[in-house]
Design a protein around this ligand. Structure first.
Ligand SMILES: Nc1ncnc2c1ncn2[C@@H]1O[C@H](COP(=O)(O)OP(=O)(O)OP(=O)(O)O)[C@@H](O)[C@H]1O
Ligand SMILES: [Mg+2]
Length: 118
């Protein structure tokens, strides 16, 4: 959200807009290449902005620490997000072009065995 806010606060984006969305995507499963395991990731959180998009040279290293295009950026935001989402067994989808950037976080739900027991 901080990145989205920074992306829309410049002269190139006179009508900045940030859209936050959440969803419960029942049956959202992700296959892991080379494995029969499927990740069950029904929780979705999306942050979308209409800023200039992620710079081309940043893209391959987007989630690495200290990668930044901002004069006073630390490049720590997304590496922290990736670490937290990864620790939860989730994943992040990124879709970015000039005027439309979206980060979608997919997360699992905790299955409470006690609660589920008949
Ligand atoms: N919504 C976005 N629109 C355009 N570029 C983005 C967006 N989010 C991230 N980026 C690009 O990815 C880079 C890395 O983002 P990250 O949040 O990790 O660090 P930062 O924002 O530069 O610094 P910090 O988060 O530590 O203040 C940014 O510098 C920017 O180039
Ligand atoms: Mg940031």
């Amino acid at each position: 959200v901080k990145n989205a806010a920074e992306a829309v606060t410049n002269a190139d984006t006179p009508h900045g807009e940030i859209t936050l969305a959440t969803a419960f995507q029942h049956g959202m499963r992700v296959a892991i290449p080379g494995s029969r395991t499927r990740l069950d990731l029904p929780l979705m959180v999306s942050v979308r902005d209409n800023g200039g998009g992620i710079p081309e040279d940043i893209r391959p290293h987007l989630f690495e620490p200290f990668v930044t295009s901002k004069p006073s950026g630390n490049g720590l935001g997304l590496s922290l997000v990736a670490k937290i989402v990864g620790d939860h067994g989730g994943l992040i989808e990124v879709d970015s072009r000039p005027g439309r950037t979206e980060f979608r976080l997919h997360l699992p739900v905790v299955v409470d065995e006690e609660f589920d027991a008949p």
